[in-house]
Write a new protein. Sequence first.
Length: 576
Amino acid sequence: MGAALSVQADRVLAQGVSTHTAKPLPRPAPSGRPFNAHFIDVAAPAGLHAPVIYGDLDIKKYIVESTGCGCAFIDYDNDGWMDLFVLSGTRLGGAPEGTTNRLYKNNRDGTFTDVTDKAGLRAIGWACGVCVGDYNNDGFDDIFCTNFGQNTLYRNNGDGTFTDVTKAAGLWNDQPRFGAGCTFVDYNRDGRLDLFVSNYVRFSFENAAAPGENPNCRWKGVPVECGPRGLGTGKHSLYRNNGDGTFTDVTQQAGISKGTPTYGMTVVAADFDEDGWQDIYVACDSTSSLLFMNNHDGTFREEGVIRGVALSDDGMEQAGMGVGVGDYDLDGHLDIFKTHFADDANILYHNDGKANFEDATGSSRLGMETRYVCWGAGIVDLDNDGLPDLFMVTGHVYPQVEKTLTQYPFKTPRALFRNLGKGVFEELIKEAGTGVAAAHCSRGCAFGDFDNDGDIDILIVNLNEPPSLLRNDLSGKANWIKVKLEGTKSNRSAIGARVLAHYGGKTQAQAVLSQSSFYSCNDPRLHFGVGNSASADIDVYWPNGLHETFKQLSCNQLVTLKEGMGQLANRGWSKA
């Protein structure tokens, strides 16, 4: 009873963000093992010069200025090389000249060309999240963007251009909303991609309080922008694809509206309980995160708390922002890595294969890092040793705080946790290269292989700076295999497919995701590092229920698999 009263008292006096804290665990001695991945930022020579405008530089008056936005790897022209899509915001006093979301075409030589105007994607506003998928099954990936205001659906015309079809598709909101996370997902297994959208807070400039005006507008005694606590929660929406280019809002009948009201952020859809149907996880800021389990009949039940992914291990709300999904311990099940605010640990949830999750933060040694406000994240094998690593980007939300509290700088480094095996990680920052150690105020990040050299590179959004493009200069002789899927009865993008790679006595699970990290979208070609193995067996669990096995696939190549039809020739990338 005393503890409950204490929590209530904390809430009364609390800042607007989650008050949950965790003492950092002791740092173990370095393993001394070499790490062969090395990251350098090649954004400038690659042609990524335009800054991501987002709010004022020295102070954020409102929460819309601080949350930032995501980015995506997308092969929009189907040439087999990943292009880049980078969102942007604006400023209260008006956007600087040239501000816009940007599409960069991959020139296949390590450089990119800005084709935003040619593609019809110029847009100015408070962009937030992006998800990618072929919603009309025409063979070209489309783009959905969330915004503070109105969300946007861009249909890929197949000729290098896009058309804004938001109103025609039935996705226009009568009232402006604070769109946040989004994901394409075929929740009813009809072969068409539906759309889930989370909303963050109910906010208007007209009714917003000023920094410091109430307890939800102060952080550690410093006046800051208000929220999210003290603001109304957003309402999350599910839209069913009608198959004719339009969507119908099915939020009520699908049971989504029955979920606890939350401040929704990143959304991930995957088959977490391995029953062949897509579930939906929503990382939520300063409220319990949500896990919508699929009932196989067009409805969902929300079970985040009872399945262990809603709260901290001690039952407290956290500032859930980014989500990585992967199989860190090689048991063939999809685990979750969720990022949080400064002075709290980022959580690693272990999945038993039936969507029952256990907090493995302490046992994995992830809890030693609590210094940063953390955003984009991934469970990705960065050194191709067959053991998926953890990566996250960081950056504070209050630029004015470091003047008083120097231990909370606005710009901070990225963090990499290399997998040592047996569920244990080791933090590397400087050891992973200048691209990881450099300090920025980052938000979204996406993982992909932009130069098709067989390792994972990283695209990162930096607020009021150009994005970073971390090229992975991997040394050593570790092998890899990439898997690109094309659906037939399933959605063409194969979003929701679960893939098991078997190599060297190990099994690793991955899934084709439309959104993860923070408001971002990864390269859809699943990348498996396999260490010393020369071949791998691949199991594909297609979204519509078909299970296929492909034996003894040679490594160090991209394998393109079509549902029910086997291996296809690759586009733009021949076999090694």
